[in-house]
Structures are given as structure tokens and as C-alpha cells.
Design a protein around this ligand. Structure first.
Ligand code: UDP
Length: 232
């Protein structure tokens, strides 16, 4: 197994299947089934989910950004609670942590508690982003990956890798098999947000970006198959 402990980042949109809004139960069930296979192979798995299927703070021009981002962070908690229940239905034990109290719905993030759960094979969801506005769930993923000593971040997207141009608009767009965080920062590539790339660079945390829809992609990545784009 290439990875012993991973941080899986799912965008909010990934939860909505092709719909772009809300939840698509079948997509989440299929993701859960793959995660279960990886967990059964002994991989320890923490998951950060975005909220693009409900709300993105930066998209609302008219609202105070801090408040808009707070709504986005709460939306990530809804996504985690939803996914956690579906994952339980697929036979996994789950726990949902957040960096601040969200009533009785989540537990407060604490490294030691979380690592204990990961070692027990519990699938840990990190809800609520970093707890701070002006960040994104990419940053939350980078932060939790570094904090919990993961071997890498698995970024499951709707695209199968990083391209030098938009492959939907340019049929000659070239896919990168490998990129460095320095290249992402220097070229301003919108693969992940720049603070997240900086944190990964500083802490030598590799990221694998690949398509969630590609058959068995999560399992193939944890087993070390060369799909997607590797960033390190
Ligand atoms: N957000 C935030 N701080 C964080 C993480 C998220 O303010 O640490 C807010 C922000 O408004 C963001 C939204 O939550 O737009 C949803 O996260 P993101 O855009 O990363 O979701 P994704 O695009 O991955 O679905």
C-alpha cells in the first residue's frame, strides 16, 4: 500500500453528482463503497468536504465576506453529517469533528482524539473548514493532513488531473503527470488555493489529484497506480 494514512478531499460539487447542487445519494454511496474497500485494506482515512454544492463565500458579492464564509463553513458541516450517515449505512464507523462547537452535532477537533479514532479504523470527517474566513476547504484539507501526519492528500475532483489549459475548451490541452508546489505557486495554477499549496510545500505533504468518477480511482491511488497528477 502506497499510503497508510490519507486525507481525502471531496469537493461539495462531487457530492451533487452531475447536478451541481445538493446531494446525489448514489454518488455518495459509490464513494463510500470505495472508501470502505480502502479502509478494509488497512488505510486510515480522514475526509474534508467542501460546500460548493450549497454555498461559496467568495461568490456572494453583496454580503460581508466574513459572514458569507461562515455560511460556507456551516454548509461543510451539513455535507459531513450527510456523508457520515451514508458511510455508516455502508458499514463503516464514522466520527465528525469541527474546529468549533456546532451544538451537539459534532465533536471538537483534537489531534490525539482524532489519531486514536483513525488508528481504530474509524472514518473521520473534518467539518467546518479551518474555522476562519478567507480560507477554503483546500486549506482545511492541507491543515488536517499535516496536523494528523498523513502520508498524502487525495484530491478527488470532477477532472482526471491538472491540465495546462481547460480541456473542455482546448482539445490540445496537456495533462501534467507531475507538478511541484513551486510551479503551482509561480504560475498561479488554480489547482488548489495558494495558501494550501504553501502549507503543503513547507511540510512536504504530497497531493494526488484525480477523477472521483473514474472507476475505482480511490483504491487505485492508494495502491500506488499512476493515475491523475502528482504534486509534491
Ligand atoms: N470556508 C471558509 N473557511 C474555511 C473553509 C471554507 O470560510 O476554512 C467557506 C468559504 O466561504 C468557502 C466555503 O466555505 O467558499 C466552501 O468551501 P470551498 O469553496 O472550499 O468548497 P468546494 O469548492 O471545495 O466545494
Amino acid at each position: 500500500m502506497k499510503y497508510k494514512r490519507i486525507l481525502l478531499k471531496l469537493s461539495g460539487e462531487a457530492l451533487s453528482g452531475g447536478k451541481g447542487f445538493g446531494f446525489d445519494e448514489e454518488t455518495v454511496r459509490q464513494t463510500a463503497a470505495q472508501v470502505k474497500r480502502a479502509a478494509d485494506l488497512g488505510v486510515e482515512i480522514g475526509i474534508v468536504i467542501g460546500a460548493g454544492n450549497f454555498w461559496r463565500g467568495r461568490s456572494s458579492d453583496e454580503m460581508d465576506r466574513v459572514k458569507a464564509d461562515q455560511i460556507g463553513m456551516l454548509a461543510t458541516a451539513m455535507n459531513c453529517l450527510y456523508a457520515s450517515e451514508i458511510f455508516r449505512g455502508e458499514g463503516m464507523q464514522t466520527a465528525v469533528y469541527a474546529p468549533y462547537p456546532i451544538g451537539l452535532y459534532t465533536e471538537t477537533f483534537h489531534k490525539d482524539k482524532v489519531v486514536e479514532k483513525l488508528k481504530e479504523g474509524v472514518i473521520v470527517f473534518y467539518a467546518g473548514g479551518t474555522g476562519h474566513p478567507f480560507f477554503s476547504t483546500d486549506m482545511a484539507a492541507a491543515l488536517r493532513a499535516v496536523e494528523t501526519d498523513c502520508d498524502g492528500i487525495l484530491m478527488a475532483k470532477s477532472i482526471d488531473g491538472v491540465y495546462d489549459d481547460d480541456p473542455k475548451k482546448n482539445s490540445d490541452a496537456k495533462k501534467y503527470d507531475h507538478l511541484t508546489y513551486e510551479e503551482i505557486l509561480a504560475k498561479g495554477l488554480m489547482v488548489m488555493d495558494l495558501p494550501a499549496a504553501g502549507l503543503c510545500l513547507e511540510n512536504k505533504m504530497p497531493t494526488k489529484l484525480f477523477a472521483l468518477q473514474e472507476k475505482d480511482s480511490i483504491i487505485r491511488v492508494v495502491q500506488g497506480e499512476a493515475i491523475g497528477t502528482t504534486i509534491e
